[in-house]
Ligand binder design. Sequence first.
Ligand SMILES: NC(=O)c1ccc[n+]([C@@H]2O[C@H](COP(=O)([O-])OP(=O)(O)OC[C@H]3O[C@@H](n4cnc5c(N)ncnc54)[C@H](OP(=O)(O)O)[C@@H]3O)[C@@H](O)[C@H]2O)c1
Length: 431
Amino acid sequence: MLEAGFVIREVTAPSGQAEALIVANALNGPALEAHTAALATVSAQAKRLETRGGTLILLQDTGGRFQPDDERAWRSGLTGLARTAAQEFPKALVRAIDVDIADLGARSASDRVVEELLSGGTAPCIGLSAKGRLGPVELALGDFTPQTAQIGPQDVILVTGGARGVTADCIIELARQTGARFALLGRSEITPWPADLDPSTDQKALRGALAARAKAAGEKITPAALNAQARALLSGAEIRATLTAIEQAGGTALYLQADVANPTALTPALRQVEQSLGPITGLVHGAGVLADKRIAEKTADQVAKVFTPKIAGLETLLSQIDVNELKTIAFFSSVAARYGNVGQADYAMANEVLNRMAQKLKAAHPDATVTSLGWGPWDGGMVDATLKAKFAEMGISLIPREAGAKVFTEALLAGRDCPVELIIGSEIAHG
Ligand SMILES: NC(=O)c1ccc[n+]([C@@H]2O[C@H](COP(=O)([O-])OP(=O)(O)OC[C@H]3O[C@@H](n4cnc5c(N)ncnc54)[C@H](OP(=O)(O)O)[C@@H]3O)[C@@H](O)[C@H]2O)c1
C-alpha cells in the first residue's frame, strides 16, 4: 500500500521482488543526477520487467502537462525513458505521471498520485495538477514559412559538434545561404596528416597503412593504438574539410577544441570566439554521442557518455552565454525522444530534455528562432555501416545528407514562426 510522500520507490511483493516500480528520482535535484538515478533504478529491475512484466511508474514534477516553462524543464526527460521502456518491456504497464507539486503542495500531490495509481488508470502519460487530470500539452509540429529570419555575414553562430558529422553538413549549407561566421566546437584535435601517408577516408585501410608504416620503422603497435591513431587522423581530416567547405561556401569558420560540458574549457573557448569573430548571436547544439544498449544492460559509463554532451553540455552553454543576445537557437534532437527506441533510453531522455528546453526557451524569448530538430536516421554521422545495415533490414530509409542540410537551413531561416519541435524523416516531412 502506498503512503503519502515521495519516499516509496518500490512496492515489494512477498517474494521480495518488485512487482511495481515507482521511480521518484527525477522529482527534484540537478538534471544530470536526476535522470541518471532514474535510469539506474529502472535498469536494476529491467530483467524482471522484461520477462515478467509488472507496473513501472515514472514520476516527474514538471507542471502537470509535461511542459514546464520554468527550470523544471531540465528534469523533463523521463518520457523518453517511458517510451523506450514500453518497447523494451512489452509485458509491463509503463506510465509517466507528471505531478505538479509546486502547485498542489506535497501532501495533496502525493494523495493525487496514490489516487491515480489505485484508480487503475493506464494512460501512458498523465498529468496531475490543480487544473485536474490532463494529458500532455499538444505539440504544434506544423510546417514553416521560409525565409523570414535575418541571418547574415555579421552573425556569429556557435555550433557544438559542428566540425564533423551531419551537423557539419547543415552548417556548410547554412554558410552557403547566409555567409555567416561559425565557431565550431569539438573535443578532437586537428591532427595533421602525415606526409608519407596517402589520403584516405576508410578507417580499415588507414589502419592497414599505419600498421605497415610502423612495421617498416621497426615499431611495435597495439591494435587499440592503431585504431586510436586512425580515428584521430580521420577526425582531423574531417574537421579540416569542414572548415574549408564553410569558407568555400562563403562563410567564415573557426574551430575550437573544447568539451562543451566542461565549464573550464568552454570559458576560454567562448572568449576566443568573441575576440576572433564577435558577439555570439546564434547557438546550434549538435554535440551528441550514442551508446546503444537495452535498459537492462546499461552501464553508468555508457549513460554518462550519452547524457554529458546533451544535458550537461546545454547546462554549461546556457550558464555561459547571454541567451538574450541570441536570435537563433537550434538543438539536434532525435525521433527517439518522441517515440522511444529500443537500446536508446538514455539517448531518448537526453533528446527529450532538449525538446522541453527548446519550448521553455521559446516561451521566454518569443522573438527568437528556437527549434529542436527531431531527426530520423541520416545517411551519415553516427549512423555507421552496422547501423545502416540494421535500418535497411527494418525497411527504414535514411535522410540524405544534402536534403537534411537543406531542411535544417530552411528551418533556421523560417525565423520566429519556425515550430519549436520538428520531426524530420527520410521523406523530409515536417510535422
Ligand atoms: N546521424 C543521425 O542519424 C542522427 C539522428 C538523430 C539525431 N542526431 C543528432 O545529431 C547530432 C550530430 O550527430 P552525428 O550523426 O553527426 O554524430 P557524429 O558524427 O558522431 O558527430 C557528433 C559530434 O558531436 C561532437 N561532440 C560529441 N561530444 C562532444 C562534447 N562533449 N563536446 C563537444 N563536442 C562533442 C563530436 O566531436 P568530437 O568527437 O570531436 O568531440 C562530433 O563533432 C547529434 O546530437 C545526434 O544526436 C543524429
